[in-house]
Each structure stands twice: as C-alpha cells, then as structure tokens.
Design a protein around this ligand. Structure first.
Ligand code: ZN
Length: 249
C-alpha cells in the first residue's frame, strides 16, 4: 500500500535566530515530527517558508495527502497565492493539521472565517489536555489526558466556529480552559487544530504529543472517495414536482 504522503510545513525562523530554540530543535521543530511520522510508516518531508513558493509548489501540493502547519512570527510573509492553492487543495480533500501558533496563519483564518484570536500567557505553566471524545481515532493509544510539564498558556475565548468535533480541552493552573484539539470538515478536506508546540519547549519530542499528530494524519488522510465538489455547483435547482399548492381560506 502506498504510504500517506505528509508535508510538514514550518516557518523555521525562531530556530535559526535564537540559540536557545536552536539548542532544542537544531534541525528545526519540523524534524522530530518528520522523524516520528516516517517511523510510523508515513512518507513525510519538510517544506519551509524561505523555500521557493514556501516549499509548496504545485508538484508538492499535488503529491501531499496531509499538510501540517506551524508558523508564528511571519504569517504575513506567506503569499496569498500559496494560501489560495492550499485552500483549494483542502476543499478537494487534502488533510490539514494546524499546530499551536498556526491558529493565526492565513490558511487557518481563511478556513475558519473568524479572527482565531485567543488568550495567552507565557508563565512556564503545567498544561493538561483532557480527552473529551474517547472514541475518536485521534486519541487512539492515549490515556485520559496528555500532560505537558511546562508550556505557554492558551485560553478561551478562542474565536473559532463551533467545531464539528472537540477532541481535547486543556486545563491550566490559572483556572483557564481551552478547546485545544478541534476537528473541522471543509469541502472534502479534514482539518485538525492542536495547540501544543510553543517553540521554547521540547514539546515535539513528547511521545503522546507525537502520537496525536500521527493519529491526526491517519484521520485527515483523504479517503479516496470519488465525490466531486464541482458536481455540486453544476446541479440545477428544480422545483419539487409534488409540492401541493398553498391555498388560503
Ligand atoms: Zn507559542
């Protein structure tokens, strides 16, 4: 069977500018994700902002089943032309996994249609992601929560549309909560937002976090349905033949 083809997109700026972050992720925060996914039997590769077309050429997008997205300081540098193409590919069925500060990426805001703003605080706090949908394939193999010993707080209100499925809700010592694992269906595509991954913590080496990303790739991969979105657009709207006339008294 052909392995699911994953493109792991990373802005890859923090790791090259900050010695502290470079020490945590010497080859970029995409590398441990790629290593894990390849170890799990997927065909994963990197694409980064400073590559031509941000590494997301037509050929790359056409041969990507699932795209993961991490960005933070340079969302504005992502070209609208590339965002348009990624958006179209999602509607056609490519899976998209948006990680951490990717909540403010152009592609996520486009798909959500809202500001995607949230509350945040960097105070080196423990975080627990409680599973609220234990039958969901994205939590296969996990216990009842994922704990990150120290992380950045993301809290409500998270300005996104009501999700199609909520998988995780995070808790923080400050009393905040956050809908931290959310599923959306857009056209034929599946979108998963997952909040762990602040760049100053080694979150993408944590096995249960990697397991969620692996499960999410499996969930978001296209199913091979032959359903065509353009068929919907061309369907004529006909009046119902058997509608009884409305009569007044
Ligand atoms: Zn962050």
């Amino acid at each position: 069977m052909t392995p699911v083809r994953v493109t792991v997109w990373n802005e890859f700026r923090h790791e090259r500018r900050s010695p502290h972050i470079q020490a945590i992720y010497p080859n970029g925060l995409h590398q441990p994700i790629i290593d894990h996914l390849n170890g799990a039997g997927f065909a994963a590769r990197a694409a980064v902002l400073d590559d031509p077309e941000h590494g997301l050429t037509d050929d790359v997008l056409a041969s990507t089943d699932v795209l993961t997205w991490w960005g933070h300081m340079a969302h504005g540098e992502v070209s609208d032309a590339v965002v348009d193409k990624v958006h179209q590919r999602v509607l056609q069925g490519m899976g998209l996994i948006v990680l951490h500060s990717g909540h403010y990426s152009k592609i996520f805001k486009r798909l959500m249609g809202t500001t995607c703003s949230l509350k945040w605080r960097e105070a080196h706090e423990k975080e627990r992601h409680w599973i609220v949908n234990p039958g969901h394939p994205i939590v296969d193999g996990l216990n009842e929560y994922i704990e990150i010993p120290a992380h950045e707080m993301y809290g409500e209100f998270f300005d996104v549309p009501a999700p199609d499925e909520t998988v995780f809700i995070a808790w923080y010592p400050g009393g905040e909560v956050f809908r931290s694992g959310l599923c959306y269906y857009r056209g034929r595509g599946k979108v998963f937002y997952f909040s762990p991954g602040h760049e100053t913590y080694p979150v993408y080496y944590q096995p249960d976090v990697l397991r969620v990303i692996e499960n999410a790739v499996r969930w978001a991969a296209p199913t091979g349905s032959s359903y065509r979105l353009d068929a919907v657009k061309s369907a004529p709207i006909e009046p119902l033949a058997n509608t009884a006339p409305i009569t007044g008294d």
